[in-house]
Write a protein that binds this ligand. Sequence first.
Ligand SMILES: [Zn+2]
Length: 573
Amino acid sequence: MVAANTPVRTFVPRDLDASNFEQLEPLYRSLVDRQVHSGPELERWLADLSELSAVVDEFGSRKYIDKSCHTDDKTIEAAYMNFVENVEPKIKPIFFQLQKKFLQSPFRNQLMGHRFTMLGKKWGVDVDLFRDENVPIETQITKTVTEYDKIAGEMMVNFQGKDYTLQQMQKFIERPDRPLRQEAWELVARRRLADRERVEDLFEQLLPMREKVAKNAGLSDYRAYVWKAYKRFDYTPEDCLKFADTIARVCVPLMKELDAERKRDLGVEKLRPWDLTVDPKNRPPLQPFADSEVEQLIDKTKAIFDRLSPELAADFETLRRNRNLDLQSRKGKQPGGYQMSLEESKTPFIFMNAAGLQRDVEVLLHEGGHAFHHIAACACEPLVFLRSAPMEFCEVASMSMELLGMDHFDLFYSQKADSARAKRQMLEGIIKFFPWMATIDSFQHWLYTHPNHTREERKQQWLSLLKRFGRDVDYSGHEATKESNWQAQLHLFHAPFYYIEYGIAQLGALQLWQKSRQDGRRALSDYREALKLGGTRPLPELFSTAGIRFDFSEQTLRPLMEAIRRELAELPR
Ligand SMILES: [Zn+2]
């Protein structure tokens, strides 16, 4: 008996076991061999391929979710690795044949609409880049990254007689008691340093593999490869470097002003690394909800969405109903937070490590935005290949929710001063984020255009970027941590070059926030319209549908930074 909410399948057998490639292969083969005689037949063929892809994709996503919730369970890890090693790599070459079959079909021009033009453009790049010999390298890359996740997931410290994850330690680093937060910070720093060389070794395995992938595809370096692979059709590496220059001019001085203010408020001569996240007025950390009460986090976040738009709140409720939330931080859980789109059941899953911090509220608003995007795109776009927007816009969907949610922090705090403080933290965080983004992005431009660099050169490059974009912090006695703190940035391992997207998107989200100040309803309805387009339109059009500009020049950045500054000036301190 099939449950009421089980997705309908017309092509893939209900009892198919997606962990077994021998069961999948005949289905893929039948699509390779199928004779297609007309436009409608080609559309049917695409729909069948989409159904099969959604089933396999969701299977893989669920294995990934399992693994990130239980990094210490060998059986779960084996099931994920089986998918990564024995299923995915075998699908890739057949999928490539299928993409080619579509691109070469004489009936393609009978398929009408922007969607199919977009599909042709996206798949054209995939076919262009695909090399059989890259499949095993990509598998090896995934395995190496999993190694990194394991190292990071196992990092625990014992503080005041109890074991904590490094995420859980953050709350002690925010304590007003300076010696205590120093002790907590140093404990975390030492724990990271214990694995510094292991992580460095893994990174040095990744770099040449990525270089090889690019060379195999006939490209000069991995950056050029990423530009095509990420389908960055609408901006260039030079645009990103220019963006970094603008940030150095506009945001770095603002950030330094904020740090000078912090130093004054804290009454310290120099900012030390453990002084950066504590409240500058030495108030205890904000506690939006009790650290073991994720239900409160869920209820109140839902109430925020409800104030923005009841439709968003209803979407959010489906996540809870489907048990698609795993929010509590605990041992054996991978760090960080993410939203995973389950393509067959058309539901999103949210993973995070909530520990009772204001940051958790922002993460859940953020991942909620991704979830809304997925739900809206699934409702409008049947083909799984066209549902995901480019990352630069996906992050507009999520970051906008943080900014629009900000005016409703009163739901978490009974005191006006507390919600103002949370808001100030967030806005200051945005100013400080841009220089950090520029650091990570510029670092990667350098890493992948200097393929044979040494460990020492890498360190020097990192330090020179910190000098250009970094905060005024005294690391004396902790130089080793300063030199290696890029290691904690998951993106460098998981998704190289995937970071500028946050900067581009933040500009979009800030524009939407400004728009909502003039007309909140309009801003939200434009937002939803743009989400519905999924990945069927180019980036500039997704932005314009949301009523914002796709631009990261000074002309856009400066007025937005000034808006933040005005807002900060109005908030009580
Ligand atoms: Zn995101």
